[in-house]
Design a protein around this ligand. Sequence first.
Ligand code: NAG
Ligand code: NAG
Ligand code: NAG
Ligand code: NAG
Ligand code: NAG
Ligand code: NAG
Ligand code: NAG
Ligand code: NAG
Length: 446
Amino acid sequence: MASVFLYLLSLLLFPLFSSAQTYRNITLGTSLSTNDRNPYWASPSGEFSFGFYPIQDVFMLAIWYEKIAVESIIWTANGGNTVESGSKIELTSDGVLSLSTPNGTQIWKVESMDSIGATSAAMLDTGNFVLSSDESAIKWASFDIPTDTIVPTQILNPLGKLSARLTQNDYSQGRFELILQGDGNLVLYQKARPMGDNYDGYWDTATTNGSQLIFNQSGYIYLSLGSSNTSRISLTTTTQVSPTQFYHRATLDFDGVLRHYTYPKNSTGGRWRQSWSVSEYVPSNICTAFGGSVLGSGVCGFNSYCKLDDNQRPQCNCPPGYTYLDSNNTFNGCKQDFLPQTCGTSDGFEMREILTTNWPTSDYGRFTSVTEDWCRQTCLDDCFCAAAVLGGGTCWLKKFPLSNGKTDATADKALIKVGKPQLVLNNRNNSCKKDRDNLILPGRFS
Ligand SMILES: *[C@@H]1O[C@H](CO)[C@@H](O)[C@H](O)[C@H]1NC(C)=O
Ligand SMILES: *[C@@H]1O[C@H](CO)[C@@H](O)[C@H](O)[C@H]1NC(C)=O
Ligand SMILES: *[C@@H]1O[C@H](CO)[C@@H](O)[C@H](O)[C@H]1NC(C)=O
Ligand SMILES: *[C@@H]1O[C@H](CO)[C@@H](O)[C@H](O)[C@H]1NC(C)=O
Ligand SMILES: *[C@@H]1O[C@H](CO)[C@@H](O)[C@H](O)[C@H]1NC(C)=O
Ligand SMILES: *[C@@H]1O[C@H](CO)[C@@H](O)[C@H](O)[C@H]1NC(C)=O
Ligand SMILES: *[C@@H]1O[C@H](CO)[C@@H](O)[C@H](O)[C@H]1NC(C)=O
Ligand SMILES: *[C@@H]1O[C@H](CO)[C@@H](O)[C@H](O)[C@H]1NC(C)=O
């Protein structure tokens, strides 16, 4: 009974393992539908597939590591947006790779970069999906337009970039970007959403002659300098595990960290954990990486603060009196759980402590040689003050929204202004009755 259960479980966990058909050459007029039994084209080795990857009830047109059940997607089409059941991908008779919805509307396509049309497509063993012409010249390659991931043998050329996805499970465009700039510097940027301008960089190689970011076939990642291809800046340590025994990928994760991951190919070996493990990453501390950049919220959303967890991943916390804006996405910031203060009175408000925390880019006032008591009272009385931070006898007043929050050993403590709980109750009863919208308008109570 138990083994039947385990068998069923393994079917659920590894839906993509079954009888991979491999295609060396996808000819014109060939198509895949999400309704096909195996809606994908596998590479000759069976390690990579291109096609429809199921995500709950919908599908992602993607390239993935066929033999890995979690976090196996290395590239997405269609801006990382999912398509509904019944959608189709076709290499049309005129050499265009076209994605269409069940009613036949084309929503995404790729075609040869020049006038010579593609005559075939292929999922290669490297993870590169290509359109080729009769002369076997590559006319389009997924490796040339990476999404958030690169794999061994992939190269990022000048102006090439990786874009982080929005959340762990939402592959649409996120808040961070890695670019190999024309000026030779490799830079991580925070982006404005939803329009996508770049804010300040938060990590870079400080180079002027970086020419290619190379993930070589031995599993090493480096920035090649100049044109010689011998001088380089290594992003990986000198002891890499071999790509013949481990799957490799480098992903600009949704939290703004570029991580190099490995996964043991051999499931029977037993000495290695059967999951992706991080071998190195930049920047070394994403919580503190945003330094003095005034635009954007940092890795965590506004009004929250960032702390590295035991796995060195950022964890976003709400200060006392605040809760997550979206309980399903802790990176989306925090909101006040109390009514705003009326200017001219501090009745019903108090200052609560969080040790070693700071919002370095929300300052609007600075007072040196003052006591903590003075600092508390000044913030409490000032309706513009959201929080105060004390460090070395200096009191900093902080305004909304609190941004780039992080645990910071150089700050003595943060004092956050919150409404006392009973005030919220009083006001709900007195002035707002059932009209909850009024609750968040400033100055409507007391
Ligand atoms: C793919 O098939 C087409 C038609 O059969 C042929 O012309 C082309 O050379 C093949 N390409 C490769 C890379 O095998
Ligand atoms: C086809 O379906 C899409 C949604 O999948 C819809 O937006 C579009 O209007 C439909 N087009 C036609 C011609 O029915
Ligand atoms: C990959 O890079 C490493 C480190 O720079 C080097 O030792 C190794 O020989 C390279 N492998 C290949 C196949 O070029
Ligand atoms: C790249 O630039 C650095 C300084 O900016 C210089 O030291 C180095 O020699 C250059 N390397 C190449 C290969 O041009
Ligand atoms: C540098 O070396 C890599 C890997 O050996 C190679 O793929 C790439 O084309 C080389 N780049 C240049 C500019 O020679
Ligand atoms: C996989 O594990 C088996 C048993 O431990 C071993 O015989 C085999 O050589 C391993 N293969 C690779 C590629 O490591
Ligand atoms: C959180 O996710 C669950 C399940 O996906 C959903 O039912 C719920 O509505 C979501 N909550 C919010 C606040 O979006
Ligand atoms: C507010 O209303 C609730 C129920 O409507 C009641 O239980 C509570 O005592 C009231 N609080 C105050 C302070 O009047």
